[in-house]
Design a protein around this ligand. Structure first.
Ligand code: ADP
Length: 494
């Protein structure tokens, strides 16, 4: 990473963004805009269109028209693949510009942003571009003079509601398979991380995606997101975000056309460290990174540390040392480990969780405060709280911030019981050198993704999805494709 190139991009003013509908930029129907505040310094960065329900309906109608005339689904697979590959190339060619724009908007440290945002988005788009002509129907083993065909069809119009922590990566998880299967998509970026995703959508059009196949509408979730959820013309809704919004989306579906809703929600992921872990100091470093990178704003963040009691004090001391060695600050400096918290609201919420943890008997052994206030930005010290009871708020509720709760355990059964004692089931970690214990844990811990002697980092080849109130359906891998197709049986008498 070249600091001078990053600085040059940071110095550029950011233009105002408007919706992208039918291949054109357009303002909100009532002309309203909303200010985008940079979490780096709390200053206004630019504005985006403050969408209305009418704007969302226009975008959905455009996507529907694009689907019905088959301007995308009707193209030969090789032609669609070429467009998607060109799109991935453009994302890669503009990677630094996209990453810096995204960081100015959402505060993620640039090292992680470059890898996890344009880097991962380009790889994801390519993965599904390569897969698109390898997904086709079946001939069933019917008997007699009957031919049973199973067609795989695109679902139609997909609505995608994206969060602010990794807009390009998560956006690509939805856009890649949805577009590869021939659907039209309407995108709703998050209020506090719209810019790089809007730019990535523009690049899709530059790559040759026909107008209307991908429309993007900015604005408030409660307005444009709700209009998308309640639409009679959206066939599938895909979402990553909070449980509260996920619940609303299910309600919108029930109140409208019973559209399929796929949710990737929060987590309270247990990271379970046994005394026989192969390398405890490596485990401590990775555990700290697993909760503190991107200021804890990661859905699979290892936010609950369960430590075998016999090593508790030494291990916590190592985690605290690792946490205190992480540099928090300006996310556009290449040597920053932890960037800004996304918004003032989020920062206040994080600090509130620390207060509650203290009130419930937890001991804040490092961090706990807002720091670097002189910058005007939203920064928080990595925070470790020990003595967190399994039923305490910090052990039960997702913070989505750099706050780690530590709970000791004394047996495998107790570790599993504590690990499974939340409503969530997204991710987890297991640190041990005992093979049988590893497999028992993999069997017994309820989570969609478990890491053994490491944490984080799986690529497109494996699915990501939650159990319990962490959601349903899968992002990534070929399994994600199921969400974006309908099966249609043809029963033919010969
Ligand atoms: P967070 O609380 O972490 O911001 P949200 O679930 O509120 O998470 O946000 C994730 C996405 O959901 C954002 O794009 C946001 O605009 C959208 N959203 C928020 N409220 C609603 C709603 N009522 N209907 C539809 N989308 C919404």
């Amino acid at each position: 990473m070249d600091q001078s190139k990053i600085d040059a991009l940071r110095a550029k003013p950011v233009p105002a963004f408007s919706h992208l509908i039918d291949g054109r930029h357009c303002a909100a129907s009532d002309g309203a805009t909303m200010e985008i505040i940079s979490p780096i310094d709390g200053q206004v960065l630019t504005t985006v269109a403050r969408g209305t329900a009418k704007d969302m309906e226009t975008a959905i109608a455009s996507a529907r028209a694009a689907f019905e005339d088959r301007r995308w689904a009707g193209q030969p697979p090789a032609a669609r693949k070429k467009v998607m590959m060109a799109w991935a190339d453009l994302i890669e060619a503009n990677a630094l510009e996209l990453a810096v724009l995204g960081v100015r908007d959402n505060g993620t440290e640039i090292g992680m942003a470059l890898r996890a945002e344009p880097g991962s988005a380009a790889a994801t788009i390519r993965y599904y571009a390569e897969a698109l002509d390898k997904v086709y129907g079946e001939i069933a083993p019917t008997q007699g003079d009957i031919l049973g065909l199973v067609h795989k069809e695109p679902v139609g119009v997909v609505g995608a509601i994206i969060p602010w922590n990794f807009p390009l990566m998560i956006g690509a998880w939805k856009l890649g398979p949805a577009l590869a299967m021939g659907n039209s998509v309407v995108l709703k970026p998050a209020e506090t991380a719209s810019l790089s995703l809007m730019r990535m959508a523009e690049l899709a059009l530059e790559a040759g995606l026909p107008p209307g196949v991908l429309n993007a509408v900015t604005g408030e979730g409660a307005v444009v997101g709700e209009a998308m959820g309640l639409s009679m013309d959206v066939d599938v809704l895909v979402f990553t975000g909070s449980g509260a919004t996920g619940r609303r989306l299910l309600e919108y579906s029930a109140r409208s056309n019973m559209k399929r809703v796929y949710l990737e929600l929060g987590g309270k992921s247990p990271n379970i460290v046994f005394a026989d872990a192969p390398d405890l100091s490596e485990a401590a470093k990775v555990s700290a990174a697993g909760i503190f990178r991107n200021a804890g704003q990661v859905c699979v963040a290892a936010s609950r540390l369960l430590v075998e009691a016999s090593i508790h004090d030494d291990f916590v001391a190592e985690v605290v040392k690792a946490a205190e060695a992480m540099r928090v600050g300006d996310p556009l400096l290449v040597d920053t480990h932890i960037g800004a918290v996304n918004s003032e609201t989020q920062l206040r919420q994080n600090l509130g969780f620390v207060d509650t943890a203290r009130a419930e008997g937890g001991d804040v052994v490092t961090g706990g405060d807002r720091i670097l206030t002189e910058t005007g930005g939203y920064y928080m010290a990595p925070t470790v709280v020990t003595g967190v009871r399994p039923d305490a708020t910090l052990a039960q509720k997702e913070v989505f911030g750099p706050v780690l709760g530590v709970t000791p355990f004394t047996s495998d059964d107790e570790a599993v019981r504590i690990a499974n004692s939340t409503v969530y089931g997204l991710a987890g970690g297991i640190w041990t050198s005992n093979l049988s214990r590893t497999h028992r844990m993999l069997r017994d811990v309820r989570a969609g993704v478990l890491h053994v002697n490491t944490y984080g980092g799986p690529d497109n080849t494996v699915p990501l999805g939650g159990m319990g109130q962490s959601g349903n359906g899968q992002d990534k891998s070929l399994h994600a494709i199921e969400k974006y197709i309908n099966l249609k049986t043809a029963w033919i008498k010969l």
